[in-house]
Design a protein around this ligand. Structure first.
Ligand code: SDX
Length: 425
């Protein structure tokens, strides 16, 4: 029990201990018992839920999906198998994986009427705006609001995971004025996305195994990350019992911000600016340390990781391997490595425990594959979809669950009167 003293009165608050030893004070009865609420701008010290999906130990750079270390999954699993693990809480048997994969294939096509929506977007529309809108449009074809244990959940989940890929590829092709390329049932998840993005009506894109595997691993590494900004958004919307597609569409909007998923695009824009300026990175590092510059070392720092983001380590290694295999020498990778080296020896970054995060190297792999910078956060959304769906399912299955509705402390004008317009200054 935790003890709290307020205005000379003692209160006892229950403690909650997580399976990995994390500890919390349960304040769910605080306001009823004391009249007080807690205040925690940005929720840095506030747990919104108890979850069994993902565990992060930020101090030690640990990330596990359903208890399995991310390093093991990155080395031995695939994105689709990991998606199954996150959503249903166990690794699939051979038959379960085959059935799930078939379901994704069965749901990969969009309703033909969806094509008309693409016509309405301006060619310069950001793909994240299109993605969010089109996920909601796709939801119109599966409008049923799910109840706990609803067998339609698996269909809606499979359709969302499968079609987010088709929507992404179609929006990419539209942005270039190219004919859309339909999915091929023979192709597995990530290969089919590359096919839909880069094949031509007269010639199929050459699916290099190392390219398919690198992008598949990027999706796997992005698949979930406990209560980050976009996942918390999905849970918030899911708590009102909204449609799964509406929840995912809201997640896309939250992920878009440059402080969150939009950072992978911001990292490449930062590296390109440094490259074009001829700066070897040291000038930029000084600017990133100076608050007045308004600049940050994008791809660095994390609310939870106060050590190296384990995903960044894995992606950096994959980056070196892929660029070697493609005989691709990217000056931006050299700049990224120089920035990392400088920052990891600079007291400003060390004192604030700012290390590379998942976004620092992922963009370099995507650029080598030929994915345009404005599609990077769309790739992040494709990867994060199983994580959003897993968190949606936790809300759906919780029969005692309540709508999320935080409190606030009001700091506005105290009681005021209406003044007729003729009497106003
Ligand atoms: C993702 O939450 C998740 O799990 C997210 C994610 C996921 O998988 O879902 O991991 C994905 O979003 C990764 C983060 C991608 N964003 C970036 O790379 C953008 C650059 N980084 C930041 O802006 C920042 O580090 C955040 C947003 C990631 C974290 O912000 P916090 O925890 O609110 O930290 P803060 O802004 O309060 O910064 C603390 C200090 C400040 O300096 P002081 O006021 O103490 O002097 O560190 C400084 C900040 O100015 N700082 C940076 C910096 N990040 C923090 N200074 C320079 N460059 C940076 N990148």
């Amino acid at each position: 029990m935790a003890r709290l003293e307020l205005n000379g009165k003692q209160y006892e608050l229950p403690e909650v201990v997580g399976s990995e030893g994390e500890r919390a004070v349960d304040i769910s009865a605080l306001r009823n018992n004391t009249g007080y609420i807690t205040l925690d701008e940005g929720y840095g010290n506030t747990g919104s839920c108890q979850s069994t999906v993902t565990f992060i130990d930020g101090e030690n750079g640990i990330l596990r999906y359903r208890g399995i270390p991310i390093e093991e999954l990155a080395e031995k699993s695939t994105f689709v198998e990991t998606a199954y693990l996150l959503i249903w809480g166990k690794l699939p048997t051979l038959q379960e994986l085959e059935d799930f994969s078939q379901l994704l294939t069965k749901n990969e096509m969009l309703h033909e009427d969806m094509k008309y929506h693409f016509e309405g977007f301006p060619t310069h529309a950001h793909p994240m705006a299109i993605l969010s809108a089109m996920i909601n449009a796709a939801g119109c074809f599966v409008p049923k609001l799910l109840a706990p244990g609803d067998e339609l959940f698996v269909i809606q989940a499979a359709r969302l995971i499968s079609q987010v890929r088709t929507i992404a590829a179609f929006s990419y092709r539209k942005s270039l004025g190219l004919p859309i390329i339909y999915p091929k049932p023979a192709y597995k998840y990530t290969a089919n996305l590359l096919h839909m993005m880069f094949s031509e009506p007269y010639q199929d894109y050459e699916l290099l195994p190392e390219v398919v595997q690198a992008l598949d691993m990027i999706f796997l590494l992005h698949a979930d990350h406990e209560q980050n900004c976009s996942t918390s958004t999905v849970r918030m919307v899911a708590s009102s019992r909204a449609n799964l597609f509406a929840c995912a569409s809201a997640g896309v909007c939250a992920l878009w911000g440059p402080l969150h998923g939009g950072a992978n695009q911001a990292v490449l824009e930062m590296l390109e600016k440094i490259h074009q300026s001829g700066d070897n990175g040291s000038k930029f590092i000084e600017q990133a340390k100076d608050k007045r510059s308004g600049k940050r070392l994008m791809g660095f720092g994390h609310r939870v990781y106060k050590n190296y983001d384990p995903r960044a380590k894995i992606i950096k290694k994959k980056c070196d391997q892929l660029l070697d295999a493609m005989h691709w020498n990217d000056p931006l990778l050299d700049i990224a490595k120089r920035l990392e080296e400088a920052a990891l020896n600079d007291p400003y970054f060390l004192e604030r425990k700012l290390y590379p995060n998942v976004d620092f190297y992922s963009g370099i792999i995507m650029r080598a594959i030929g994915i345009p910078i404005n599609m990077f956060t769309v790739m992040f959304s494709i990867g994060r979809m199983p994580g959003w769906i897993s968190n949606y399912k936790e809300i759906l299955d919780n029969k005692e669950g309540r709508i999320y509705r935080p409190r606030q402390i009001y700091q506005g004008p105290v009681e005021n009167r209406y003044v007729p317009i003729r009497e106003r200054q």
